[in-house]
Design a protein around this ligand. Structure first.
Ligand SMILES: [Zn+2]
Length: 527
């Protein structure tokens, strides 16, 4: 990350070492949290400007990324929704300057919740904006901006140049602002964790941290919960924390590293150093691959807890047509025998499945789950209980439902979700998929049906690329071939935004962006 060292916030929660015990201490922590949130809100104005410029200029392509999402995740450790929301917010700020002042708290009120500002921007005309702003704001005015004292001037300068310049300038601005944001948010997470430990939510009249963050801190519930999780997870790992504060690990990278470190001992400094080095070198794409492989290995009791070698990582990507169907069948068989066992002992062990989704998506998902649940139940009822079940090869959703209903139990709703998963796998991962000849089949299996460009998560319309061009005498052997998405094949390699040289699969060096501005990589590692 190209963050400048000039923007360090030298500020520490001085009381962090001693636990708060009284209401006064909760009150103090509350004021610290409010001031941190206000500092965070202040960074949002220039961030929104940069975000809008990045989105409209498609700056990600100059850096060799097919998608804004991949650029944000790999270079800045944030999701694409994050940058798109900020760009929309910038549009609102331009249309309604008083909204920007309200987000900052410059109009004398507490900073306005950013998502509230989004909603206001979407609803209000310019003439009614002041009335809308007054609605969601409660609480006292923030004294907090003082906290970022030493950096306010710098922030002022950044704000003036935010959103101007070429792709490189925008990338630099984004990096610098995010490093500040990350430090503020890390502290905020720590203060929230302490407030939780002091049972501060009840004392202050809130249900939980999310409720508090939404109402007081200009922060969404999920953002607050994520910060809390990091603050708790990073606690035993002092070196990781330091690397994150210095901007050596981005938000996404630090979360991946913390997931990979879970269950290990913070006193193993060598282990921490290994993961920090790995986290700095690897793309988030690879870190996530390793986390996934690690979870699979852990189930089998074979997780080493150390970064993977290139060979092991690459082997973990492999998937044949029908791999998902096979895993699904194994999982289904387990559920069927669980249902047998549990209905016999007349007690059901349930583990809650928690998904965090946007409201409308959650609503649609639950509707689909219920509809699928009804379909399975109707289908199972067609066979009277005293008759033997005709199809032992039936999907697990049907067999589980049958087991529950013949024993007088109401089938659980998750059967609907299971049915949806079975449908999805059957449709999208048929064993007999027609993916081309044996070479192409192997090429795709080897790359895990994914574009091989660094950081690229594209899976659609994968094309076959010859590393040494056919026009230059390159042969058809698999060591000379890579599967690439359309962007990386045509606009990337053949359009000058990327290059790939070497011997596939593990000896290919990539250059991303015009003039390698996006860096050089091999096996999803910076070189
Ligand atoms: Zn790609």
């Amino acid at each position: 990350m190209s963050a400048s060292r000039g923007l360090a916030v030298r500020w520490v929660v001085a009381e962090a070492a001693t636990p708060y015990r009284t209401d006064t201490q909760v009150e103090q922590a509350h004021e610290v949290a409010v001031s941190l949130a206000a500092g965070r809100a202040r960074v949002i104005l220039p961030l929104a400007r940069v975000a809008a410029a990045v989105v409209s200029s498609k700056a990600h392509r100059e850096f060799g990324y097919a998608r804004l999402e991949d650029f944000c995740r790999e270079r800045h450790g944030r999701g694409s929704r994050w940058i798109r929301d900020l760009a929309v917010l910038q549009g609102h700020f331009e249309a309604m300057p008083s909204l920007a002042a309200a987000v900052l708290g410059d109009d004398g009120g507490a900073p306005l919740h950013v998502s509230a500002a989004m909603a206001i921007g979407a609803m209000a005309g310019t003439e009614s904006v002041d009335r809308w702003i007054a609605l969601p704001r409660t609480g006292k005015a923030s004294w907090a901006l003082r906290l970022a004292g030493s950096s306010l001037e710098r922030l002022q300068r950044l704000t003036e140049m935010a959103g101007t310049g070429d792709a490189r300038a925008l990338d630099r601005q984004l990096g610098e602002l995010l490093r500040l944001q990350n430090v503020l948010e890390l502290r905020l997470g720590e203060v929230l964790r302490e407030m939780g430990e002091m049972k501060g939510w009840g004392r202050l009249g809130f249900e939980d941290a999310g409720h508090y963050a939404e109402r007081v801190l200009s922060m969404s519930r999920t953002a607050a919960e994520d910060r809390l999780w990091v603050a708790a997870a990073i606690r035993p790992f002092a070196l990781v924390r330091q690397a994150y504060e210095r901007g050596e690990l981005t938000w996404e990278a630090v979360r991946s590293v913390l997931r990979l470190l879970q269950g290990t001992d913070g006193s193993d400094l060598e282990g921490q150093r290994a993961w920090i080095g790995h986290g700095r070198a690897c793309t988030v794409k690879r870190l996530r691959d390793e986390a996934k492989a690690g979870r699979r290995a852990a189930v089998l009791g074979r997780h080493s807890g150390r970064p993977m070698t290139d060979d092991a990582w690459h082997a973990s990507l492999r998937r044949e047509p029908g791999t998902a169907a096979q895993r699904m069948a194994g999982f289904g068989a387990r559920l069927v025998s669980d249902a047998e066992r549990q209905t016999v002992k007349r007690r059901m062990d349930e583990e809650p499945l928690r998904l965090r989704l946007p409201g409308d998506v959650a609503h649609d998902l639950m509707r689909a789950v219920r509809a699928r649940f009804d379909v399975v139940r109707r289908m199972v009822r067609e066979v009277p209980e005293f008759e033997p079940w005709p199809d032992p090869e039936a999907p697990a959703s049907a067999l589980v439902t049958r087991t529950f209903s013949t024993r007088g139990w109401r089938p659980p709703l998750w059967v609907g979700l299971l049915g949806l998963l079975e449908d999805c796998v059957a449709l999208w991962d048929p064993v007999e998929a027609n993916v081309g000849g044996p070479d192409r089949r192997e090429l795709l299996a080897r790359s895990g049906y994914r574009c091989s460009a660094p950081g690229c998560t594209g899976r659609d319309n994968l094309q076959d690329h010859h590393l040494r061009f056919r026009s230059a005498g390159g042969g058809p052997e698999l060591t000379n071939r890579e599967s690439l998405c359309v962007f990386h094949h045509q606009r990337g390699i053949h359009g000058g935004l990327a290059s790939a040289r070497g011997v596939a699969p593990l000896g290919v060096t990539w250059r991303l962006g015009r003039g390698a501005v996006g860096g050089r990589f091999r096996n999803e590692k910076r070189v």
